[in-house]
Design a protein around this ligand. Structure first.
Ligand code: ADP
Ligand code: NA
Length: 332
């Protein structure tokens, strides 16, 4: 009974990295031609759950907009906007702060990772972040959320919130949103530690490929990527218990729009000293058009701001009546 609608978001922090591109941006652009309404957000309210230098936040917001556009997002086909410009998100988030249970949030692994040992000093916003994310999604009654594996738990919480709201008020108001986690790049791992995901907030710049990196930097990071001493295995099974090797094969497959079995069939038996330069060449060829287009777009920040303002207006138009109706259901 719900109209199909896609929503996803990325935080404007640091620089976009390869995992964001393969796990999110590249797939977002692919979904906008399906005839389904697509909304893509720069989630700046999420970014400030940890300290952001104000000038950096402004720069990262425009850079992320440029990253979306350079990855193929068409602002006529999709609604591209900045979260803080659409008040409906925080209006709904407060309601969800009152729907979600402390116990649910206590189980969120991302909070534990990001807060680290010093939980007492984490912002309250970092703890309630998943409620705001549920609002981001449900304020549009979005039915599908393309994300990487790391966001699966948060989408499950969104489903729990929707179900509890519907139950508490005896309605079928919110859809039970589906996470869309597919492809070989749902979890791109760090180049320095095959057990950690690649992230733009990792303190080591060598752990990731940034979309703003030049060709030499990309090649160097791949050359220095941590690997074991064995050559690539001859079969897919041989990648088990070799997280670094598996990660590089997956990255190659995702960049080539292929699959790991095909890559192993082609490169199995080769030492990393042969495979890494080929991966570097593929990465540079795939990413440099995006980097160049991002740089071109960022020369005209006023145009980026105009696209975002237009997106915010269209997003608020969808969200405002949904907030109104939700508040009425609550009795407000
Ligand atoms: P980051 O963790 O780099 O700060 P975000 O939390 O802003 O990125 O996530 C933005 C999107 O990119 C989400 O859909 C997330 O699942 C996806 N993503 C982030 N890192 C990875 C990764 N290493 N592999 C696959 N997808 C990722
Ligand atoms: Na994240």
């Amino acid at each position: 009974q719900f109209k199909q609608r896609v929503f996803s978001g990325i935080q404007p922090t640091n620089h976009l990295q390869l995992g964001n591109y393969l796990g999110a941006l590249k797939r977002f652009a692919g979904m906008q031609n399906s005839g389904i309404e697509t909304l893509y957000c720069i989630v700046d309210l999420h970014a400030i759950t940890v300290w952001q230098d104000p000038a950096d936040l402004t720069r990262a917001t425009r850079e992320l907009a440029a990253g979306y556009l350079a990855s193929g997002l068409d602002p006529k086909k999709s609604i591209l906007f900045n979260q803080s410009q659409v008040p409906a998100h925080t209006q709904m988030a407060w309601v969800f702060n009152c729907v979600a249970r402390m116990g649910w949030l206590n189980r969120m692994t991302q909070f534990k990772d990001k807060a680290g040992k010093n939980r007492e000093n984490a912002s309250v916003g970092l703890f309630t972040y998943p409620n705001l994310m549920a609002a981001d999604i449900l304020v549009y009654k979005a039915t599908h959320v393309p994300v990487g594996e790391d966001q699966k738990q948060h989408v499950e919480l969104t489903r729990d919130i929707a179900m509890k709201f519907n139950n508490d008020f005896g309605t079928e108001f919110f859809p039970i949103t589906e996470p869309v986690i597919e492809g070989v790049a749902t979890r791109v791992m760090s180049l320095r530690d095959g057990t950690k995901k690649m992230s733009k907030s990792d303190p080591s710049d060598m752990s990731r490929i940034n979309l703003t990196d030049d060709a030499d930097t990309i090649a160097k990071k791949i050359r220095k990527a941590k690997t074991d001493p064995e050559p690539l295995p001859e079969t897919l099974d041989g990648l088990q218990d070799r997280p670094e090797a598996k990660n590089l094969v997956n990255i190659y497959a995702a960049l080539a729009d292929s699959d790991p079995a095909t890559i192993i069939a082609e490169f199995g038996g080769q030492p990393f000293s042969d495979f890494k330069p080929k991966l570097a060449e593929l990465a540079v060829n795939s990413l440099s058009p995006i980097t160049n287009e991002m740089n071109r777009l960022m020369e005209d920040p006023a145009e980026i701001d105009r696209i975002l303002a237009d997106g915010a207006r269209r997003a608020q138009e969808i969200a405002a009546p949904i907030v109104d109706e939700a508040y009425k259901i609550i009795g407000m």
